[in-house]
Design a protein around this ligand. Structure first.
Ligand code: PLP
Length: 423
């Protein structure tokens, strides 16, 4: 028997019982032209704006106006060490040690910087494994790394593919790839939570498999950070990257995160691109010093960071700190489980949820495949006030986000979908 029930009253009651329900009021919820709140289901694409963000950014604008360059040391939150104010909260969110985490650059840029260090191909070991349905930017990035090192990108790329007629990936198939090509593979680079299916991979299992064959293992956790408990340190992954504008609600195009496992923290021999922000903080401003790399993930920074973007990240991370990722994922499992229950209860043969049904193998997103549908379905949902995300050829991605989505949102979304499908 299901733990969930049908009906709007049940949804409303769950919102009353939800200890995180008040957080919704701390976000700006987009509205339609009549001023009604939209049902926002696209936190997997761009998270909503916390109401506190403006004051965090204003603080830095004021300090800049009043202090000019002195703000580097005299601002309320001095700019020189500003990125350090984010480290501990970010480390908690992704399950890492502070030494292993830094916020810098943007996502695809970080992926390249990580590959500069961790993709060190030889004549015989140069291939890269990715999911066949990896996010395009990741695919383009690894292809360009192959070409950069003089390899053919088609020959050098190995795709971990779903079985015929399936969408999700099997670890046995990755193992089979490693069994036959293990000594040719330099790098395994997987999306921690696949952007299309929402499948949350077992990062530890993949890492152990990869390391068994002496491959470097990295993850793009864009769809995992702030959504699932990543436990990056314990996974043993060599590196990971993620953005902060999805589940971490820090604004369009905001800065990204980067994880480098502790075991690489003091390795000064790793090839890397460097700049003055990767240099020892004590002697950084002596200017004529020989390069002395910082230990840990900070040693991969290049530039002094954009404080206004970091202020938006700080606003969001302070809220995450208050709630904690454990409480968030607990609610998330319940909310998405409820969403899955309602979709299943539609009993519509044209609908298939391609996201894993095991709540430990997914985050909050459900990818709903609708047979014979096209983008018109998505457009009708938008007209009905549901902001969802359409992926060709026939998938709607919806992510009820535990910080600001309610059980009522989920109920109403499914009702609207039902009405559109019945039409
Ligand atoms: C999995 C994944 N990788 C890479 C990217 C590209 O991110 P960016 O434009 O911040 O480099 C995205 C963007 O949504 C993504 O979802």
């Amino acid at each position: 028997m299901s733990i969930y029930q049908l009906g709007l009253d049940y949804a409303k009651q769950q919102d009353i019982l939800d200890e995180l329900s008040s957080y919704r009021n701390r976000f700006h919820i987009p509205k339609d032209k009549h001023g009604n709140e939209l049902i926002y289901m696209t936190g997997n694409s761009l998270g909503l704006q916390p109401k506190s963000t403006k004051s965090y950014i204003n603080q830095e604008l004021e300090d800049w106006a009043n202090l000019g360059v002195e703000g580097h040391t005299e601002a309320k939150n001095p700019w020189l060490p500003y990125h350090e104010f984010l480290t501990e909260s970010m480390a908690n969110i992704v399950g890492a040690k502070p030494l292993e985490v830094v916020v810098m650059n943007t996502l695809t840029a970080n992926l390249h910087f990580m590959m500069v260090s961790f993709y060190q191909p030889t004549k015989t070991r140069y291939k890269i494994v990715i999911e066949s349905d990896a996010f395009p930017s990741d695919k383009y990035a690894v292809e360009s790394q192959l070409r950069h090192h003089g390899f053919d990108d088609r020959e050098g790329l190995i795709l971990w593919e779903p079985r015929k007629g399936e969408e999700l990936l099997h670890y046995e198939d990755l193992e089979a790839i490693l069994e036959s090509h293990g000594d040719e593979i330099a790098l395994i680079m997987i999306g921690g939570v696949n952007y299309y299916t929402g499948q949350y991979f077992d990062l530890k299992l993949i890492t152990e498999l990869g390391h068994k064959y002496n491959c470097i293992v990295g993850f793009d956790c864009a769809h995992g950070a702030g959504n699932v408990e990543l436990n990056l340190h314990d996974s043993g992954a060599d590196f990971a990257v993620w953005c902060t504008y999805k589940y971490l609600n820090s604004g369009p195009g905001s800065l990204a995160g980067c994880f480098v496992h502790e075991r690489h923290a003091y390795n000064k021999n790793l090839n890397r691109f460097t700049g003055w922000w990767s240099h020892n903080k004590q002697t950084r401003f002596n200017m004529r010093h020989e390069f002395d790399v910082l230990p840990g993930a900070e040693g991969w920074q290049l530039s002094n960071p954009p404080i206004l973007s970091m202020a938006a990240i700080k606003a969001s991370l302070d809220m995450f700190n208050e709630v904690g990722i454990k409480k968030l994922t607990k609610k998330s499992k319940k909310l998405t489980g409820y969403f899955e229950f309602l979709i299943t209860k539609l009993n519509n043969q044209d609908i298939k949820i391609i996201t894993p049904s095991d709540s430990d193998k997914r985050g909050c997103q459900l990818s709903i495949q609708v047979k014979n549908a096209d983008k018109i379905l998505h457009d009708k949902l938008t007209e009905a006030g549901v902001i969802s995300d359409w992926r060709e050829p026939d998938v709607i991605r919806c992510a009820p986000v535990p910080l600001y989505n309610s059980f009522e949102d989920v109920y109403k979304m499914v009702e609207k979908l039902k009405n559109i499908l019945n039409d």
